[in-house]
Ligand binder design. Structure first.
Ligand code: DX5
Ligand code: ZN
Length: 222
């Protein structure tokens, strides 16, 4: 199973986005995590289609688009046009989850489902085969720089066990409070895609991304 780092752009210096992205490319990063917030589903606002469309012209990184917005189904086409490669919607924001996942795939994109820490895995029971990826929030969504919630270790393990039992090669992404210190632990619990914002961007973006890649490569080989 592929082990992937998806740095969250939210923690980058927005005045130097191009440079930050090139630092990630130099470090061999393949994915970029784009946090879209609406000030309604989550308390804060971030960015939307215009920024993503501008970045699309700068890089061929895989755009991992995390929609923390109500009624995301209204914007799927717009995000596809802007350049998203994967669209992840929160189960808490959609009435017709099955329909929404199918709509994302019909646009030719990968489809993900995100769950807040308090949302049970059982919402995935019937749609799991339709999802390319499940994003487990390991903090309450809305801000970068928060602390990892410890009970999430168990939730990651439980989801990996379900996927294995059903023979599904599911990508499990963890998002929130991921650091160089806890990366190995969440990978061992069963995650294979790490989102990290504040632990990557800052003083030495390239060096931090390389340090994460080292841990991911080591765990991938085991
Ligand atoms: C939080 C976002 C995260 C956030 C992660 O709502 O979904 O992607 O940027 O930031 P860190 O890694 O700093 O917790
Ligand atoms: Zn995110």
């Amino acid at each position: 199973m592929n082990h992937i780092l998806s740095p969250s752009l939210l923690a980058a210096d927005f005045a130097r986005l191009g440079e930050e992205i090139h630092a990630l490319e130099r470090a061999g990063v393949d994915w970029l995590h784009l946090d879209v917030m609406d000030g309604c589903f989550v308390p804060s606002l971030s960015f939307g289609m215009p920024l993503i469309a501008s970045l699309r012209k700068q890089t061929s990184l895989f755009f991992d688009t995390h929609l923390m917005i109500r009624e995301p189904e209204r914007y799927l086409e717009a995000f596809a046009e802007a350049g998203a490669d994967l669209i992840t919607v929160h189960a808490e924001t959609v009435t017709h989850l099955d329909r929404t996942l199918r709509a994302i795939k019909k646009l030719g994109l990968k489809a993900g489902v995100a769950l807040n820490p308090a949302t049970p895995l059982s919402v995935l029971d019937w749609v799991l085969p339709e999802a390319d990826l499940v994003l487990l929030m390991t903090v309450n969504p809305g801000f970068g720089g928060q602390k990892y919630i410890p009970y999430c270790d168990e939730k990651i393990r439980a989801l990996r066990a379900i996927a294995d039992r059903r023979g599904l090669p599911l990508d499990i992404q963890v998002d929130g409070g991921i650091t160089l210190e806890n990366a190995e632990r969440v990978l061992k619990a069963g995650a294979n895609i790490l989102v990290a914002g504040s632990a990557v961007f800052g003083r030495d973006t390239e060096g931090q991304a390389l340090a994460f890649r080292k841990i991911l490569n080591r765990e991938e080989e085991i």
